[in-house]
Design a protein around this ligand. Structure first.
Ligand SMILES: Nc1ncnc2c1ncn2[C@@H]1O[C@H](COP(=O)(O)OP(=O)(O)O)[C@@H](O)[C@H]1O
Ligand SMILES: [Mg+2]
Length: 255
């Protein structure tokens, strides 16, 4: 059974067909990249599946259960979490406290911000472990606002991961960071995701990154799925190269 299945999913904004009849399946354990030009509908699709946007029509099945009308909280409980194109951190809290808060929210505990986490040994240990997995241990006590952009992006992914999802959506986890730092961020994410057997759908623009890390690539254009396949199949697809790069042999030339 597929982990996720969207069936004829639609979300329009007036005349803009942000998500236009998207039927997407994601199998357990897959590392899928979602690509497409700006405005293709990638973020809207992630938003609809993670309940940050309502679908106009269509169905969202997760492990066979219909979650189309479920709240963000219920989808997190079911096992769907996401990070944000523009990071969603508590800037005035430390890296550690941001992770601890995510763990508390997963556990459904009420949080006294003043005493955050320091009283609960299990949460402290788990938050430190998550920070270590994302190479952020050295930044444990730094305020989120003082972290470098790449560290902020990783911390945002770490918060989604701390919800212990089965399916993790990452919306441009490397946007705004240097090409040099991109590889390191993706290596870290890929090692956690693969190591923990989490299914991941990643929105990414850098096709070198996409080809390197993906089991499967889904190409969106004008709200719809234009093509999908293995990195090799997508690399050979001239229509995709045209739409993404503006040149039919853009990928082929790299070989
Ligand atoms: N809240 C919104 N209100 C109106 N239009 C929106 C809104 N969010 C997205 N759109 C439009 O929907 C289309 C898809 O946007 P988006 O999902 O952000 O694309 P991508 O993430 O692929 O760049 C774009 O034309 C965008 O302008
Ligand atoms: Mg986007």
């Amino acid at each position: 059974m597929n982990l996720l299945e969207t069936v004829h999913l639609k979300r329009y904004f007036g005349d803009t067909r942000a998500v236009d009849d998207v039927s997407l399946s994601v199998a357990e354990g897959e590392f899928v990249s979602l690509v497409g030009p700006n405005g293709a509908g990638k973020t809207s699709l992630v938003n609809v599946v993670s309940a940050y946007l309502k679908a106009d029509s269509g169905t969202i099945l997760f492990r066979g259960a219909d979650l189309t009308h479920a709240s963000v909280t219920d989808r997190v409980k079911a096992g769907i979490a996401r990070s944000f194109q523009i990071v969603n951190l508590f800037d005035d809290l430390s890296a550690f406290d941001n992770v601890a808060l995510a763990i508390f929210s997963r556990q459904g505990k009420t949080v006294n911000l003043m005493a955050l986490a320091h009283l609960d040994r299990d949460v402290t240990a788990e938050a430190d472990h998550v920070l270590a997995q994302f190479n952020l241990s050295a930044k444990r006590s730094e305020l989120a606002r003082d972290l470098a952009q790449g560290e902020r992006k990783l911390l945002d992914v770490a918060l989604a991961y701390a919800l212990r999802p089965k399916l993790l959506f990452l919306d441009e986890p490397t946007s705004g960071v240097s090409t040099r730092d991109k590889g390191q961020i993706m290596d870290t994410i890929a090692s956690v995701v693969r190591g923990e057997g989490i299914t991941a759908v990643i929105v990414e623009h850098d096709m070198d990154v996409v080809f390197k890390y993906s089991d499967r690539i889904v190409v969106m254009h004008q709200g719809a799925i234009l093509a999908q396949g293995t990195p090799d199949e997508i690399r050979k697809n001239e229509q995709v190269a045209m739409i993404l790069i503006g040149s039919a042999d853009a990928f082929a030339r790299k070989d």
